[in-house]
Design a protein around this ligand. Structure first.
Ligand code: HEC
Length: 257
């Protein structure tokens, strides 16, 4: 191929002769590419913003549960278990839906005062009573050997998974795995007494959301302070006709970003 041939090809490609405009066109293409890269960068930042104070670590706006995506718990990411505070659950528990759940227990447990034992002991006054102590019932060695009284926490664990919690128990019941269902059931057990035992207090909530809310309120309060300061200085300026009132400095952290 000759030099002339090259020239022809380029000319056909650009649709122009290699006159003055040739290098202009090359420059335009290069600038166009640079602009495109910049635009992609800016758009990328908007779609996937870096977290503030994240020390340059980019995080996705939409966090992806890698473990879920990979379809298993085998990944390196620890699977967080949702530990729901029992007191919190009990605070909104519903005893009458608990009574419905209790139908799964009545084949083995009476619940009326003075009613006898069935395959399991009578559950009147079960909350708070000495574990494995109901008159006339012969408990397994495992349950008879348990010290202490039935608290809501212990009942919660036992009912969730009887054999998992108390190895060797004679209660052959699979357990109720749903947290809310168990809370409702405990709320019903609470009613089976002349002196119902109070629920444990809900644990103070310290969720991430609350922290963010707290920060927002602080910022808002900061804004208010600033407004007040501005108003005061405004008053000062009005009072001081010479106009020597100084503008207050912006509260640290406000403005700027
Ligand atoms: C298949 C029969 C069966 C079913 C169903 C059953 N239990 Fe039991 N339960 C037992 C037996 C048997 C024991 C005694 C366990 C032992 O001695 O280890 C027991 C013991 C208990 C105790 C301990 C009582 C005490 O005196 O210390 C509680 C509380 C209890 N069950 C609650 C429940 C609840 C609530 C349900 C329904 C969700 C339920 N059980 C369903 C058979 C059953």
């Amino acid at each position: 191929m000759t030099r002339g041939k090259h020239r022809e090809i380029i000319q056909t490609f650009l649709g122009t002769s290699m006159g003055d405009l040739f290098w202009n066109k090359v420059a335009a293409v290069v600038i166009g590419l640079v602009l495109m890269v910049m635009v992609i960068g800016v758009v990328g930042d908007i779609v996937f913003p870096e977290e503030e104070g994240g020390e340059g670590q980019a995080t996705l706006s939409y966090p992806i549960d890698l473990a879920a995506v990979m379809g298993g718990t085998g990944g390196a990411a620890p699977v967080e278990e949702d530990v729901v505070d029992l007191g919190t659950l009990l605070a909104s528990a519903n005893a009458s839906s608990g009574e419905r759940t209790f139908r799964r227990c009545v084949s083995c447990h009476n619940a009326a005062p003075g009613a006898g034992n069935l395959q399991g002991p009578n559950l009147w006054n079960a909350v708070g009573r000495d574990i494995g102590s109901y008159d006339g019932f012969s408990y397994s060695a495992a349950m008879a050997g348990l010290e202490g009284n039935w608290t809501y926490e212990k009942l919660d664990h036992f009912i969730a998974n009887p054999r998992g919690w108390l190895d060797g128990t004679a209660m052959s019941f699979a357990g109720i795995r749903n947290d809310e269902d168990r809370a409702d059931l405990l709320a019903y057990l609470q009613t089976l007494s002349d002196n119902p035992v109070a629920f444990p207090a809900p644990a103070p909530v310290e969720s991430e959301e609350e922290e963010v809310e707290g920060e927002l309120t602080e910022t808002a309060a900061g804004g208010e302070d600033q407004m007040e300061a501005l108003e005061e200085s405004g008053d000062a300026m009005i009072g001081d006709q010479a106009g020597e009132g100084e503008m207050p400095e912006a509260a640290p952290g406000d403005g700027g970003n």
